[in-house]
Design a protein around this ligand. Structure first.
Ligand code: PAF
Length: 293
């Protein structure tokens, strides 16, 4: 089936309704474009879990802070469409901003609690922008399965909470982080990295991998798991926004003197050159990133 490009809310809503009228399920993959192999894996997962994959491509202004990279965020619609088609997506929704934010609009969707930690602490308003746009995309797409990458672990949890709280007819599923062979998590923002910065960025996945190995060797001290990650990042001259060990469901941080149970989220955000990169592992669940090296 050829890829269908929808530019308006009405077109995309009608296309998703048509999929359902044929007794098929929509597999939604919300993105901001600049697609890479991680997004392609999400499209394959959407096709595996549903019938017709629908990719949304929209650089959402409300989730960027005033000093963030909204203006320079890569916009590569032509090559994104080619990747969607090659991955077997049936639909792409690529609206103009005016389709998603009507003149005079004043409504925002806010999730409390989960957004108070990690990226929510350092990017005020970010998650409100994310939940507002994702609620709108769900409202347009209708009943579907939606697939999100676990690299944005906090985003996944926040969207699952919002979907449950608003009784939306969407099954929200997470998909494991896709990495380069050397462990670097795929991100559209990797495009901002110089060769030297890309090399330095490897400290993120490598320090997380070391933490996974300590956890697998029965280390349960929060500080003993978290601090070496922070130290490894500082040792290559980078200063993290945060390196946090947290409850993997509530995202409440553990103090360094806590003892963790069988499962804990170790998440970090670090500025490397012109990019702000995030990465995480769920200790007790994920293997060591880049372990194949
Ligand atoms: O993860 C992203 O690319 C964005 O935050 C999302 C979920 C598409 C909302 O704009």
């Amino acid at each position: 089936m050829p890829l269908e490009l929808c530019r308006t809310v009405a077109e995309f809503r009608a296309a998703c309704d048509r999929v359902r009228s044929l007794g098929r399920r929509v597999g939604l993959v919300p993105t901001m474009g600049a697609l890479h192999a991680g997004h392609v894996a999400l499209v394959h997962e959407a096709r595996r879990r549903a019938d017709d994959a629908a990719v949304t491509i929209f650089v959402n202004p409300t989730q960027f802070g005033p000093n963030e990279d909204f203006a320079k965020y890569p916009r590569t619609l032509e090559s994104d469409l080619a990747k969607c088609e090659a991955a077997g997506a049936a639909l792409v929704f690529a609206p103009e901003a005016g389709e998603m934010y009507l003149a005079g609009e004043t409504t925002r969707v806010r999730v409390d609690g989960l957004t108070a930690h990690l990226c929510g602490r350092v990017r005020p308003g970010h998650f409100e922008g994310v939940t507002t746009i994702v609620a709108k995309l769900f409202a347009v797409a209708g009943a579907c399965t939606a697939v999100f990458g676990r690299k944005d672990y906090q985003q996944l949890k926040v969207i699952q909470r919002m979907t449950a709280d608003l009784l939306l007819p969407v099954d929200v599923v997470g998909f494991p982080t896709v990495r380069e062979a050397d462990g670097l998590a795929l991100s559209s923002r990797n495009a901002y990295l110089s060769a030297e910065d890309r090399q330095r960025a490897l400290v993120l996945s490598r320090s997380l991998a070391a933490a996974v190995r300590r956890f697998e060797s029965a280390e349960r001290g929060a500080g003993a798991l978290r601090r070496p990650v922070e130290q490894a990042i500082s040792a290559v001259g980078l200063s993290p926004d945060y390196v946090t060990l947290a409850d993997s469901e509530t995202l409440e941080p553990f103090g360094d003197d806590a003892v963790v149970g069988d499962r804990a989220l170790l998440a970090l955000a670090v500025r490397v050159g012109g990019a702000r990169l995030i990465d995480n592992v769920v200790l007790g669940e994920d293997g060591a990133p880049g372990a194949s090296e």
